[in-house]
Design a protein around this ligand. Structure first.
Ligand SMILES: [Zn+2]
Length: 260
């Protein structure tokens, strides 16, 4: 049976992800920043909450835990972070957990926050997927709030090592603004122009642009392209310094985006 993933929009531009095996009621939510939309989705699809996964401590990813635990006595999986007291199962790089008959591997991906985790899986008969919170976005990456540019670079490299077909379930609908920035970095990219046209159509129809795939991100996400000479040139021109090391290129592009 396939793994079914429901998209739950919350706040301005967050996505909470609720997944379960087709035909089974036990469902798991990723990053419930708000509880009520999750309860509504469970009711709408006749599901029971069986567990909560957390990628990092920010309130728009954790704020709904309390409400959900008031309705369901379920485990809360997440990082070993003093900022998230409700975590019942602390996870580390290389740990595996089986939820909804699917084995998820844990990656530690610090940078946006120091406690950031990703959960990756290859459900039987389906493309692989990753829940990557606020680290890798469609056409972008998270702001570096707690870690270093070096940490963010290594974390993005870890995600970039996943298979091409991996579906990227990030936690925000930032795609169009990320694509506008990516086009400033790579103004001649046909892949970016094509993706922008496709995603503008989706947004006009009220559809999410997430998930993307890693194959698409390799072509359009500047933060996964820092090893390319064209990106080094753009970053060097922007900073007025000669940059060549991919981590230096990424640091400059992230700074550029922060002020875009
Ligand atoms: Zn965050």
């Amino acid at each position: 049976m396939p793994l079914v993933i429901h998209t739950i929009p919350a706040f301005q531009d967050n996505y909470l992800w609720l997944f379960h095996q087709a035909g089974q009621r036990a469902a798991f939510v990723v990053d419930p920043g708000d509880g009520q939309p999750v309860l509504d989705c469970l009711q709408e699809h006749d599901l029971d909450l069986a567990g909560i996964l957390i990628t990092h401590h920010h309130p728009d990813h954790t704020g709904g835990i309390k409400t959900l635990l008031a309705h369901y006595d379920v485990p809360v999986y997440g990082p070993n972070s003093a900022n998230i007291p409700q975590i019942s199962h602390r996870l580390y790089e290389g740990n595996c957990i089986t939820l909804a008959d699917t084995t998820f591997s844990v990656l530690e991906i610090p940078g946006h926050t120091l406690d950031h985790l990703a959960y990756t899986a290859s459900p039987e008969g389906q493309s692989p997927l990753v829940f990557c919170g606020d680290t890798l976005f469609t056409a972008g990456c998270g702001r570096i709030f707690e870690g270093s540019a070096e940490q963010m670079y290594q974390s993005l490299q870890k995600l970039a090592a996943l298979p091409d077909a991996t579906r990227i379930y990030c936690a925000h609908e930032y795609t169009l603004s990320n694509l506008a920035f990516a086009a400033a970095v790579e103004p001649d990219s046909q892949a970016l122009q094509d993706k922008t046209a496709d995603d503008e159509k989706k947004r006009q129809q009220g559809l999410p642009t997430v998930p993307s795939t890693l194959a698409v991100e390799r072509e359009t996400n500047p933060f996964l392209r820092c090893h390319l000479p064209s990106l080094a040139l753009a970053a060097s021109q922007h900073s007025a310094h000669q940059l060549s090391a991919p981590v230096e290129v990424m640091r400059e592009i992230r700074l550029w985006k922060d002020n875009f």
